[in-house]
Each structure stands twice: as structure tokens, then as C-alpha cells.
Design a protein around this ligand. Structure first.
Ligand SMILES: CC(C)(COP(=O)(O)OP(=O)(O)OC[C@H]1O[C@@H](n2cnc3c(N)ncnc32)[C@H](O)[C@@H]1OP(=O)(O)O)[C@@H](O)C(=O)NCCC(=O)NCCS
Length: 374
């Protein structure tokens, strides 16, 4: 019996609402002007620093991002609020994040030709979960009518790849026969829309993948997972301190350090070489030269990072066809970026074509899968 593990379906779902760079910058700049007017005397005396304007041109040039999807646009651009307005739901009602997850899960299940009965494990793996327990995965499992087990895991930007790694291992070990890995990246509530350095970075999206043994796969586009590779190295350069201890620490649970913040330049400098080396080592495990990789489904944080990494590996710039970019439309979607790229750009490959799916970011964490089309 073959032990080959495959990806047999992928789903990408995004909310309807979107915010262009221009809209975002207009709201941020109006917030700045209001803040500066309110603090004019402290700014004049040097006690408070004036807030500088953001710029749509800077955002596109520095990151490649043109817009982002957002679950609830209401409130996020309101200068008196600067955060999305999400109505609370009773315990009996499907939670926001589970609803988000299910939307992409259904697409992935349809693509993989799977019904709830075919699946026996659900992993919800993403940058944030909306509560500690019961696990979002178990709520999704219940809502979809899947038997078996589910659990949540958090690995920030590498949550999706690390989740697929766990699915690969569970399938290899025989503890599951078909695993649904979902990445409901509902990140907008953690974005500091008052922070010029990071207000533009993230967008909301949910992705899902179905992994199973090759012999049970019946879908049109099946990818053998040749192997997985993961590495982590502790860094404080990307951080969110929001957590349950804040209640006992008598600090503002929503202060700036509790939201996403980063030293972006340092991240850029440190993560690019790490990611390139990681990918090179992973490919060499299979004697695959970078030049023979048909597609690079790379993490989507910054277009310049992807250009640099592909250049290090290929010795030349990768074409958009080789290394697709989705962050212009979606922005950084935490762990989902490389899965969106895979979801949108995998059907045209032919049998035998090899691609690499790779995430990199907070932790630091890097995760990859070498994939070969059946
Ligand atoms: C965040 C990022 C896009 C910023 O781009 P950058 O080129 O490094 O920009 P810097 O932070 O060095 O800032 C450059 C200048 O632009 C200014 N600037 C920063 N944000 C700005 C904004 N929104 N509008 C206008 N100017 C801005 C800075 O103040 C700085 O000005 P200075 O040169 O006068 O000091 C980039 O560092 C990045 O993407 N890093 C990797 C992040 C990443 O992958 N994170 C993973 C998260 S999951």
C-alpha cells in the first residue's frame, strides 16, 4: 500500500469588503491631524512627538500592497475608532472565526471531492484564535458534521505550513485518513490602524487544504507532498503581547505593544537569507535544482522579500508566472499567503512538475513543502 501523502484540494475565501491604500491613508492622516491638533501645545513644547503622515505611494513601493480585504470595514477607517466594529455573538451562535474558517473549508472539500464523512481530523492553524477554548477547530468540526478530532495551533506566519506538516505526519503515521487544515486569518482586529509603520500590512482571508493518502484521492489536481521542512529561531522583531495574563498585570490589554508590531527592516534583513537557505536545503534533499522548480508559492509579506529570495536561489529574477504575487490584492495575510498563491496558481502545472510552498515570518518560523503534481 502506498504511503504517499497528497494535497487534493485547496480553498481560498475572502470577505467582500476591501480597503485601498488611498482610503487607508486618508483615514490615518485624518487621525494624525486630529491627534496633532489636540496635542498642539505638548508638541510645541517637545513633550509629545507630532504624528507624521502616511503615504499610499510609500506603501506600494515598500511592500507591493495595493489593497487588503477586511472582515468588517465599519469602524476601521473611523478616526474616532480606528478598529473594525465586530458585533459580539452569543455562545450558542457560530463564532466569527469558525464562520470564516468554514467558508474556505467548504471550497477545499469540494475541490478535493470530500464529504464530511470522508474527513477524520480538523486542524485550525493560524496567527490568532478568537478564544482559548473550546478550540475553533472543534466548533468547525461540529458545524461541518465531521467525526474524529480537531485542534487549534498557533505558529503566526508559518501556521499554515506547520499545520500541513502535522497533517502529513498524522497521515503517515495512520492516525488520520483525511485531514482538513484551515487557516482563518482574521487578523484585522490585531492591526494598529494608528501606527504608520504597520497600519497597511495585513488583510483578512481564510484558506483551507485537504490532505490524504494518494490512494483515496479522486480530485482533478493532486499534488504529492515529497517532504516537509520546518525551522524556528526565537526573535522579538515581530511580536504581539496580547494574551490572558494582561488581566492580572493591570496594564492596558489593548495597548500598542499588545497589537502586531515589528522591526520591519530587521525582519527583512534577517529572514530573507534564512528563507533562501531553508528552501535551498529542502530542495537539495531531493536533488532538485532551483532552476527545475516550476513554481514558487512563497509567503506573501513583501514583494521585495520574494524578489530577493527567488533571486538568491535562481541567480536571476523569477517571473510572475514562476513566483506568483497575491499580496498586491490580499496584503500580508499571516500564514495564508503562500496557500492563496498555491490555491490560485496550481491548476496549470502538468504531471511531474515540482513546486515549493514556503512560509516565513514571526517566531521566526519557516515552513516548506516540496510538491509534485501527479
Ligand atoms: C514594513 C516594511 C514594508 C517597511 O519598509 P522599509 O523599506 O523597511 O521602511 P522603513 O521602516 O525602513 O522606513 C523607511 C522610511 O519610510 C518611513 N515610513 C514608514 N512607514 C511609512 C508610511 N506608512 N508612509 C510613509 N512613510 C513611512 C519611515 O519613517 C522611514 O523614514 P526615514 O527613512 O526618514 O527614517 C518592510 O520593512 C517589510 O516588509 N519588512 C518585512 C516585514 C515582514 O515580512 N514581516 C512579517 C510580518 S508577518
Amino acid at each position: 500500500m502506498s504511503q504517499q501523502i497528497v494535497i487534493s484540494g485547496v480553498g481560498v475565501w475572502h470577505p467582500q469588503d476591501s480597503i485601498s491604500n488611498q482610503e487607508l491613508v486618508e483615514s490615518y492622516n485624518a487621525y494624525c491631524d486630529k491627534f496633532n491638533a489636540q496635542h498642539s501645545s505638548e508638541i510645541e513644547s517637545g513633550e509629545v512627538q507630532a504624528m507624521p503622515h502616511s503615504s499610499a505611494e510609500f506603501i506600494e513601493k515598500a511592500s507591493g500592497i495595493k489593497q487588503r480585504y477586511i472582515y468588517k470595514k465599519d469602524g476601521a477607517l473611523d478616526v474616532d475608532r480606528m478598529k473594525p466594529l465586530i458585533e459580539p455573538r452569543a455562545d450558542e451562535v457560530l463564532s466569527h472565526q469558525a464562520e470564516f474558517a468554514i467558508a474556505s473549508a467548504k471550497i477545499a472539500m469540494e475541490k478535493a471531492n470530500k464529504k464530511a464523512d470522508d474527513i477524520d481530523a480538523v486542524i485550525v492553524s493560524c496567527a490568532y484564535t478568537q478564544r482559548s477554548y473550546p478550540a475553533i477547530a472543534i466548533e468547525v468540526q461540529g458545524a461541518l458534521g465531521i467525526k474524529g478530532f480537531g485542534f487549534d495551533m498557533l505558529v503566526a506566519c508559518s501556521a499554515a505550513t506547520f499545520g500541513m506538516h502535522r497533517a502529513f505526519e498524522m497521515l503517515s503515521a495512520g492516525s488520520a485518513k483525511c485531514v482538513l487544515v484551515i487557516n482563518p486569518e482574521l487578523v484585522s482586529p490585531q492591526v494598529n490602524y494608528k501606527d504608520r509603520d504597520s497600519h497597511f500590512i495585513f488583510g483578512d482571508v481564510s484558506t483551507a487544504t485537504v490532505l490524504e493518502r494518494a490512494e483515496t484521492a479522486t480530485s482533478e489536481h493532486v499534488y504529492d507532498v515529497l517532504s516537509t521542512k520546518a525551522v524556528t529561531q526565537f526573535s522579538n522583531n515581530i511580536r504581539s503581547n496580547f494574551g490572558y495574563l494582561t488581566r492580572a498585570e493591570d496594564v492596558d490589554p489593548y495597548g500598542a505593544d499588545k497589537l502586531f508590531h515589528q522591526a520591519g527592516r530587521k525582519v527583512f534583513k534577517e529572514v530573507c537569507p534564512m528563507a533562501a537557505e531553508h528552501i535551498s536545503e529542502h530542495l537539495s534533499r531531493h536533488d532538485i535544482e532551483p532552476a527545475n522548480v516550476k513554481r514558487w508559492w512563497l509567503h506573501q509579506a513583501n514583494i521585495n522579500m520574494n524578489t530577493l529570495i527567488a533571486k538568491r536561489l535562481l541567480g536571476r529574477e523569477a517571473s510572475r508566472e514562476e513566483a506568483p504575487i497575491v499580496l498586491d490584492e490580499f496584503a500580508n495575510t499571516a500564514s495564508a499567503g503562500s496557500v492563496i498563491a498555491f490555491g490560485k496558481y496550481h491548476e496549470d502545472l502538468v504531471s511531474g512538475d515540482v513546486g515549493i510552498l514556503c512560509s516565513f515570518g514571526a517566531g521566526y518560523s519557516i515552513g516548506s513543502l516540496v510538491l509534485k503534481k501527479r
